[in-house]
Structure formats: C-alpha cells, structure tokens
Design a protein around this ligand. Sequence first.
Ligand SMILES: [Fe+2]
Length: 295
Amino acid sequence: MKQIFRQKMTRRTFFRYLVRLSLLAVLGLSFDQRNNLKVEKLSLSFPRLPPFFNGYQIVQLSDLHASFWVTETYLEEVVRRTNRLSPDMVVVTGDILTGPVNAFWKKWLPASERDYVPVVARILAKLQAGLRFAVLGNHDQGCGQQTVNRLAFSLKETGMTVLRNRSVPVSIGSDQIYIAGTDDSWFTSNLPQAMAGIPENAFTILLSHNPDIHIDARRVAPIDLTLCGHTHGGQIRIPFVTEHVLPISDPARYLAGLVREPHGYTYVNRGIGTLVFPFRLGAKPEITSITLRSG
Ligand SMILES: [Fe+2]
C-alpha cells in the first residue's frame, strides 16, 4: 500500500484518472437523470378556441417504453404526478411498449419474455381525468399486429380511447372541439382519414407519435395543436451531434418543445422512458401540462 502512495504521479497518469473519473461522473449523472421527471407547464392561446374550453387543461405523456429498466414503480409515480395536476384530459402519444421496429432495433433492444400489455393497462387505468386518449408509436406497432390489437383492446377496457386514424368530438355545454389521432408515420398513419368528418373551422387537436406528421398536416387541414413524442428530446443530448442523428425530417426544429406552425402549434414531448440505454442527459423525462386559452 505504501508503495502505491510513494509512486510519483506523472501528468499522463493524472489525466488518465481524470478522464476515467469524468466518464464515471457523466454516466452516473445520466443514469440519475433517466427518472428525474420534470413537469412542463404551458398556457397557449388560440383564436378559434370555443369559450367553454377556455382554461381546459390537457396533460400529455409520451414514450413510456415499458421495459425491464423502465420500472412499474417509476410508471406508477408518473401516474401519481399526472393525477396531482387534476387534468381535464390526459393523452398518451405512443411508444407505450418497446417493440423492435426493424433489424437494427432487434439487434439493440434487449429481448424480453415479459408481456408488458397487462402491466401498462393496469397502470394507465389509474389515470384520473374526464377523458383519456392514446395513439400508437413505432415501438408499439413494431410489436406486431397481435400485440397492437391486445394493447388497443386492453386500453379500451380501462376507459381509454385509442385513436387509430380517426377523430372524436369533445363537448362542453354548446361548444365542441375535435381530437384526432393517427397511427405511427412509419406504419399505417393516415391523416386524411383521421381528419375526415371534422367540420371546417372546428378547433382541432391532433395526436400523432412522430412529429414528421407536420409534413402531411400542412397539406391536409389547419390543425390548432399537434401533440407528438418520438424524439425523447435526444435522450442523450450532445450539442451539434444529437440533432443530426434523430430519425425525423427536421431534427433542429422538432427535437423537443413548442414549435410555431403556419397555423397553430406542435408540441414535442421528451417522453417518460428510455430506449436502448437506461440513460438520459440534457433531456429530462417529461409530463406536459397545456392549458388552452381563448384569444
Ligand atoms: Fe420512443
């Protein structure tokens, strides 16, 4: 032992230890951030929001990614924090499960024998809100048709409405708005079908997992608010790098947060869970609370 302390530390050894310690610190910090939930609160004004919906609160959850490291305890905490906000409506914008979407993901995602459909259904059933909606993400649809059908059925059993290329009206008093939802853009998304039947000039909220839906949205109809996820805010956010590797068409603009559109807004939620690695850095998991305002 004495000999170790007697060894002279060269500048090279010192830097080697410094690099190792820094790496450990970054890993520790990013492991810690993976469950460090942040509630983002926004108040957005819309010229065509009907008066009865002034003050209406929507809470958005996205990218739960139920898997062996996104624990039930953590997801239960997400539901508790959501309920504490007393929302009028809760929406879940996809990637509830963590299925592989192609050969690349089959290689990188840990294979799991566990069936997470009953797990997420049991947890999401505890969400307390007058209305609850969900759409599917690429990692839900990547689980295969059979699992997708079971997931949609189980969520419906809990009182949640799964919007698969369709819309529903929501009324308060004599006022009405529309909630539309698409399947995932990499699979069976059909925005024209989702928007069919919505009256012209009706206030419309679109739920779609992948923010690339903005490309279709600009062609189809004016949408007041589009809620998306998919990007995880980069999950591990490295300046000037993350923006170039995200699998979306305009990562610089749609990485995370609020985007002003020619008509209305898109909001990109950073998500709840993690994918491939149980790490987050510079992109904390997020519960979003959006209050709608007229004017
Ligand atoms: Fe995701």
